[in-house]
Ligand binder design. Structure first.
Ligand code: 9MR
Length: 443
């Protein structure tokens, strides 16, 4: 299903669907914009979440999926000889149903390996056999169904030396060539990549990767592409990003941006979101500019499904959609880079409805009114509840409900919304059965 957004208002007052919406009615889905440019726009996904709004957006906006964890060794073979393909199969089926590519991730890594493998003690022959068997089993299972595989992940240290891992320590650096060769034998049509982080700009690590790819090509090892993960920090897109993509392309391999996110210190502010949009655009523009850059995958499309807050204390808001599935300025930046329109065609104030918390019979909601390129001196927001919800109390606005129809207007002190500013009001309400998000109009 394609999501639709509702838009009204030819003046400064525009209305936007709230949580559950993707974007403006005039917007063309990212995947259609990308396809017109011959590019991939992908997202990492979690299989269990591929229903409801999450599934709708993943299916409607992206033409490629990467399983965030489902194809890693610890997931597919948690104990030796016992395989669990459930989540990986589910993601591949979802992708097929939505006419999407799948990027397999990842076959050889030092992390997220099952305990039996990581803690075992193996002779080089045993280790080599285990690796060959793993690659052959997994790649064969998905033969013909995957566009690409991140075969080897994160093989280098920051200084460009090989990372000391189970594989390097046991097999030497040629485990990389062997892994590629085995993967190619199992699925000759899948594009085979080496993937790493902190290799977006020209630096010691990316140069080591460059030299490796060059030598693999010279030896005739099947290597098709380089994955630049691009876990970036706000305001810190490397200045040599495009140059670096180009130098890999000039080796005769494809380049994919495989895990893009741009984290910021929380809380997010309008200024940070604007900077983030500029950073997303820089990354997208660099890929669009280089023919052999096949496309960009974001590492989770919503802030509610991002690894960042779990790992970087105090950081988050790294993806193009907020945690309520409202598209952020970064979403629009991606669209713009792919040839979409840069701003909503009319009106530049939006109202976004979201459920902040919910319990058995009640919930707390909020509406955020934000302006960009316009301002308001007073506002009125309305919606119609579809499932019998009833507001009991509101703050920072005066709300009335008549039947299913709710109307909220500004309090005496918050009618003004400046260009670039926002106002939020909240309310408590009851619900039963279901609590769907209504379409909000701002007038
Ligand atoms: O997104 C993945 C997260 O759910 C896992 O907890 C994490 C464990 O390391 O791995 C994340 O994905 C990683 C990816 O596979 C490789 N590059 C770095 C990503 C973020 O850690």
């Amino acid at each position: 299903m394609r999501l639709t957004a509702v838009f009204t208002g030819a003046t400064a007052a525009a209305a936007l669907l709230a949580a559950g919406a993707t974007a403006h009615a005039a917007d063309i889905p990212l995947r259609d914009l990308a396809a017109a440019k011959g590019k991939v726009i992908g997202t990492a996904v979690t299989g269990s979440k591929l229903t409801g709004t999450y599934g709708d957006i993943a299916g409607a906006q992206f033409n490629s999926l990467t399983p965030g964890n489902a194809m890693k060794w610890e997931t597919v073979e948690p104990s030796r000889g016992t395989f669990n393909w459930a989540e990986a199969d589910q993601i591949v089926a979802f992708a097929q149903a939505h006419n999407q590519q799948v990027r397999g991730h990842t076959l050889v890594w030092h992390s997220q390996n099952p305990g039996w493998l990581a803690n075992g003690s193996w002779t080089p022959t045993e280790l080599s056999g285990l690796l060959q068997n793993h690659i052959t089993t997994e790649v064969t299972r998905y033969k013909g169904k995957l566009a690409a595989w991140d075969v080897v992940n994160e093989a280098f240290n920051e200084d460009g030396t090989y990372r000391s891992t189970l594989w390097y320590n046991g097999l030497g650096s040629d485990y990389i060539a062997q892994a590629l060769t085995w993967a190619h034998a199992a699925d000759p049509s899948a594009k085979l990549y080496i993937n790493d982080y902190n290799v977006e700009g020209v630096n010691a690590k990316s140069t080591a990767l460059y030299n490796l790819v060059k030598s693999l090509k010279a030896r005739g090892v099947p290597i098709d592409g380089v994955g630049l993960q691009a876990h970036l920090i706000l305001g810190q897109v490397p200045s040599t990003f495009q140059q670096n993509i180009q130098r890999f392309a000039d080796l005769g391999v494809d380049v994919a941006i495989t895990e893009l996110d741009i984290r910021m210190q929380l809380p997010s502010t309008d200024a940070k979101l604007t900077q983030q949009a500029a950073d997303y655009k820089t990354v997208m523009d660099a890929c669009v500019a280089v023919t052999r850059c096949v496309g960009v995958t974001v590492w989770g499309f919503t802030d509610s499904d991002s690894w960042i807050p779990d790992v970087f204390d105090g950081y988050g808001a790294a993806t193009p959609y907020d945690e309520n599935y409202a598209p952020k300025p970064a979403y629009r930046a991606i669209a713009t880079s792919l040839g979409g329109t840069s701003t909503p065609p009319t009106g530049a104030c939006t109202a976004t409805y979201s459920v902040v918390s919910q319990w058995n019979s009640g919930f707390t909601g909020q509406v955020r009114i934000a302006c960009s390129g316009a301002s308001l001196s007073s506002w009125k927001v309305g919606w119609t509840y579809g499932a019998g919800q009833q507001i009991s109390q509101a703050w920072n606005a005066t709300c009335t409900q008549s039947g299913a129809t709710v109307s909220c207007s500004n309090a005496s002190y918050n009618g003004t919304v400046a260009d670039g500013g926002s106002v939020t009001f909240g309310f408590n309400a009851s619900w039963s059965g279901s609590n769907p998000v209504p379409t909000v109009t701002l007038g």
